[in-house]
Write a protein that binds this ligand. Sequence first.
Ligand code: GTP
Length: 252
Amino acid sequence: MPIVLIVLGMAGSGKTTFVQRLVSQMSMEGKRTYNVNLDPAVLEVKFPASIDIRDSVKYKNIMKSYKLGPNGAILTCLNIFAAQFDQVVKLIEAKKDDIDYVIIDTPGQIEAFSQSASGQIITDSLACTFPCINLYIADTVRCENPNTFMSNMFYALSILYKSKIPLLICFNKIDVLDHSFALEWMKDFEQFDQNLSKVDTYLSSLSRSLSLVLEEFYKNIEACGVSAGTGKGFDKLELKFEKCKQEYYDVF
Ligand code: GTP
């Protein structure tokens, strides 16, 4: 069975660059990937997409026909596509012996996929058939601010519990800033708390309380550092995928 990798993350975290890098890295290693673009608003898909939502639903037409704003149009496109998603699952099933990984890029705004009914339908229909992993791409540079770090962790947590499939946090852009501080903050509340004190705002007290709650959650997730820009850390991803795949089979 191919492993399905669903790539999620906040706007600008580097999802598309990550998918691009992963696709080319896997192709160099002789791995066969089946790539899916689920962002209807993107002008150009920067990786070879076997399935592209833009072939089925036209973002600009949806905006005009339903008189919607940009985010409403993305959600509507996803809803229309989700209604036909059983066909995508059948297509992947038919090719399952020839594919090692299915790699899925999601829309820029994280909530369009992770908090929508269509995102749930798409994830559930894939997870019923294939081992699935959510790859949460976090911008390491932005995570240097403890409050932004906490927002990312909270998003990742909500995705983990909503989708119920294994989650791997990929701290991206480690060519700019090493992610070791983030791994430390996940392990050691006091380290996180010390850094939080440096940016004392109203939000910090919420982050402080949340970090205590999240201690338990951190034990259930895998994390690693990558640079989609330079390829650093990508050699360690496959081991992480295998570990998450095992977790998937333990649960399902
Ligand atoms: P949207 O879907 O448009 O929200 O963005 P995205 O999450 O797909 O991010 P994208 O891949 O478009 O990257 C956003 C910016 O981050 C671009 O300018 C990328 O060149 C840059 N970027 C992505 N990955 C890396 C990285 O590993 N290192 C550095 N330095 N820049 C990166």
